[in-house]
Design a protein around this ligand. Structure first.
Ligand code: NAP
Length: 293
């Protein structure tokens, strides 16, 4: 079998075109959705991510505001900025780029973002709402993008055995919750694996849908995949590659070549799950603008 390659870039483009229509409708009602991204420090990967989000916002017709603060910013200043954004009528979504410098308590900062503007879905109120299946929850962008990808690719989750590799709070846990909900893209029977899982290949081989989010390059081998399974790769890993101009290449958590010989569908890295993530941040900001009214 040779797997169908799921084109996340094309899916995200289609989704962003739909979102642009929502933005136009809301703007005509005087509620142009606005997203503020706050970046503390000058980490190049974070800068590039924040820039991509800003560009995607503008392309969709949304207001985008980026606040860059020096790495030495005291916590009290960041909290004061969040307080301002929480009451700013032009801003519907607030993203605080992680990781934050050491002098800042990340938990205190994430708790300060109004749950109504928490488009990352990291505030405990939104985590709780997600677990309860409340549609008002902001769903974290990467898992929510994976659900959209499954829906848009016509991959049936109802009754399927979905195995999620990884239990992080930003990917594995919320994804497992979304997959088990009684909702479109849900109703799967879900198993979550982590570093203490016994006989991991034995578990992954029972998956109809296998989603890898562990941050280990090409960890999932052909032998770990049931023939015909759908394999989604969340991992983004840098591996040294002297043949590349930058000296490295990006690879996922799945050994793409060998696994695509047994899977029925697979996402590449890059160009798979990644592009959906940014589109879902925009979708959440539109949801916030609709809810804030
Ligand atoms: P994380 O917080 O580091 O969590 C990794 C998870 O994988 C943990 O639950 C860990 O288990 C588990 N794990 C690690 N090694 C394992 C092993 N050998 N066997 C079984 N389980 C193992 O990672 P994350 O933030 O979820 O990110 C995962 C990957 O996705 C990274 O490559 C990241 O760059 C990528 N990512 C991509 C996007 C995107 O938009 N495409 C978004 C977010 C993250 P324990 O809990 O037992 O330690």
């Amino acid at each position: 079998m040779t797997a169908r390659i799921i084109d996340g870039t094309a899916l995200a483009k289609g989704l962003r075109a739909e979102l642009a229509l929502d933005v136009r409708r809301l703007t005509a009602l005087g509620r142009r959705p606005g997203l503020a991204a706050v970046l503390v420090g000058d980490d190049p990967a974070s800068q590039s991510y924040v820039r991509s989000k800003g560009r995607a916002c503008e392309e969709a017709g949304m207001l985008s505001r980026t606040v860059l603060l020096p790495a030495t910013t005291p916590e009290v200043e960041l909290l004061a900025l969040i307080d301002q954004l929480n009451v700013d009528p032009e801003i519907h979504g607030i993203l605080v780029q992680l990781p934050l410098p050491r002098q800042i308590d990340t938990e205190r900062v994430l708790l300060r973002v109004s749950p109504m503007k928490d488009v990352d879905g990291f505030h405990p109120i939104n985590v709780g709402r997600l677990v309860l299946g409340d549609p008002k929850a902001f769903r974290p962008a990467t898992p929510w993008g994976i659900i959209q990808m499954l829906l848009r690719e016509g991959i049936e989750t109802k009754g399927a055995h979905a195995v999620v590799l990884g239990r992080s709070t930003i990917v594995g846990r919320p994804l497992a919750n979304l997959l088990m909900q009684d909702a479109p893209g849900g109703n799967a029977t879900v198993t979550v694996c982590h570093s203490k899982t016994r006989d991991l290949p034995g578990v992954t081989r029972t998956a109809d849908i296998l989603i890898a989010a562990i941050g280990r390059p090409e960890f999932v081998t052909r032998e770990m995949v049931k023939p015909g399974a759908v394999v989604l790769d969340v991992g983004i890993n840098r591996v040294d590659d002297p043949s590349k101009p930058k000296g490295y290449r990006l690879t996922g958590d799945v050994a793409f070549g060998p696994v695509s010989e047994v899977a029925s569908a697979i996402t590449p890295v890059p160009g798979g799950v990644g592009p959906m993530t940014i589109a879902m941040v925009l979708k959440n900001t539109i949801q916030a603008a609709e809810m804030l009214g």
